[in-house]
Design a binder for this molecule. Sequence first.
Ligand SMILES: Cc1cc2nc3c(=O)[nH]c(=O)nc-3n(C[C@H](O)[C@H](O)[C@H](O)COP(=O)(O)OP(=O)(O)OC[C@H]3O[C@@H](n4cnc5c(N)ncnc54)[C@H](O)[C@@H]3O)c2cc1C
Length: 447
Amino acid sequence: MGLGRDLEGLLVRRGEAGYEDLRAAMVWNGLKPERFPDVIVQVASERDVLTAVRLARSAGMRVAVRAGGHNWAGTSVRDGGMLIDLSRLDACAVDTASATAGAQPAARGRDLAAALAEHGLAFPVGHCGSVALGGFLLSGGLGWNPGVWGPACLSVAEIEAVTAAGEAVRCSEDENADLFWAARGAGPGFFAVVTRFRLCLRRLPAAITTSAYVFPLPRVAEVTSWAVEVAASLPPAVELSIMLGTAPQEPGTKAIVVTATSFADSADEAARSLTAFRACPLAERALARVAEQPATFDALFEGAGALWPERHRVAADTHWSMEDLGALLPLLADDVAKAPSGKSLVLANIPPAAVLPDMAFSVLGRSYVVGYAIWQDPAHDQANIRWLREAMGKVAPLAVGHYIAEADLPAAASRSRRSFTPDTWERLQAVRARWDPEGVFQPYLRP
Ligand SMILES: Cc1cc2nc3c(=O)[nH]c(=O)nc-3n(C[C@H](O)[C@H](O)[C@H](O)COP(=O)(O)OP(=O)(O)OC[C@H]3O[C@@H](n4cnc5c(N)ncnc54)[C@H](O)[C@@H]3O)c2cc1C
């Protein structure tokens, strides 16, 4: 371990003071994995990443990587080997002339959005402002305004990475294209350390507007059927999402909430874009309604953040399906009504039909459903995890795969593989064999 002296950052071995606190801090989820790396290296610079990978190679250690710690399953925390913690690499620099930004992997969506807004620019960051770019972009990144901006990885122009050989490389469509292909979707099985992303920026929408209807949960079938119909007539700049869970501001009431967020160039355009949503034939039956409320990215983050409160224990799982949501959500309503924790919820949306370039991320279905068990008391771990698995199991026969960023990877050995098309999975193995022939980087958790 002599090389550790070359690190500017921190190196903590298992058993040393501070190890357990640092290990726990690697994972945002209050539910911490029972896995224990031999060494955690908290790097202080991009150069440190090179040093750490070389150190791991020379010590024969496998490498796992952590950026923002938001993977629900705590994929960065593995048994044995070295965990490289990138949390101090959180800078972003905007270049207005080229409308690009250089961002380090632990930069959070909220911070990037704020830096860009000063220049009238934006990026499809994750729905919750605390999500860091690293794992989000590598997984594909289902961020805000997907109908216009697409999955966030589509706006990654280039990455800088440290490879298993301990070398720094630059990757884009023109340079090391196979590693770049993998970096746009491989998620928590990527086999290099990304130290910097070059992002293509978008114009900040001048008018962001949110509308919502809250209906009693037993109306799930008719509300979903309307939502699917209206989604088809909304312009791409309106993001429609459906939540099954506890009604906002009404702790005792289970509800289905349909939200439409418009990203428009003017207040008039925002109002026009929501015409079909405004004309909801079920509106009279709504328990509550939010009517075209102006919003900022900060307000959007605040709304999303309320769904996933800090310091809670969470189990999450996803399904892509070729069925429409009208066939899926009614199957989940009973489970949502009976969830052991009132904070648990199901989110669903209809991914925009888009032709994506060749990259590891792909939209696997017409509909997307994600379930979250959210609770606080460790004594209730088993009941809540069981609830999530039983609920998502109702949809499983109609599912065609998972989204790697939010799949319940510990649940079954197939979750990682089924997050890709069979061809993509094969190609990922081939690209990994080329860039990491000795298996320096940890494989997927339960591939
Ligand atoms: C509150 C919350 C809200 C979320 N909202 C969304 C959302 O709106 N849309 C969405 O798509 N996802 C969302 N997610 C899921 C999130 O995108 C993924 O969990 C993602 O992995 C988080 O990135 P991270 O860097 O924080 O993850 P980490 O836990 O730090 O890393 C996860 C894995 O990614 C890999 N990794 C991360 N950084 C690097 C790097 N620089 N180089 C190499 N490998 C790396 C590692 O394999 C690591 O195990 C949300 C998660 C939470 C907790």
